[in-house]
Design a protein around this ligand. Sequence first.
Ligand code: AMP
Length: 184
Amino acid sequence: MRDFSVCVFCGARDGANPLYAQDACDLGAALAQAKMRLVYGAGDVGLMGHVARSAQVAGGDTFGVIPVHLMTRELGKRDLSRFIVTENMHERKKVMFMNCDAVVLLPGGAGSLDEFFEVLTWRQLGLHDKPIIAINSAGYWDRLLALLGHVIDEGFAEPSLLGFVEPVSTPADAIARLLAYRAA
Ligand code: AMP
């Protein structure tokens, strides 16, 4: 089985619906069970903390990348399998992206959206072909998907833009897609 790393973008808060944290926990555990390495922002807060702790409890390989100025605010999680401190946000995103085979988006705020749009626009420009899977917990990303459709409808992107994002309902669905990509 080849090494396979999954970069997870998600909120530094829990959000309003308990399903968000549940899905984060389920994803962390499922990645570990599938022997996929978790790559993420190295925080121990919100959904980030849930994904990482669940992956660790299930014996998974964890790789965290955090900028030095967020070490205190996001409770930099030093007990990960690998823990890297970067000088700034740009470097963090770059290191996370370079070290993954696929990206998974869980519910999150502006930070998660920033990370998502960066990998989406890079994909649109043909700079990479890594899968981008959005876990649509409780329909959280419905409005994002509708916005992308609107961007296409109004002529600001090719219809292929929406094809670069794979929405799924549950972490189990995300893992099924990831297993297929790893096997390909
Ligand atoms: P949020 O989705 O806003 O809760 O943020 C999730 C994660 O994204 C947190 O670790 C933030 O520090 C991170 N983040 C926020 N803005 C950026 C950015 N411009 N580049 C990289 N990471 C970011």
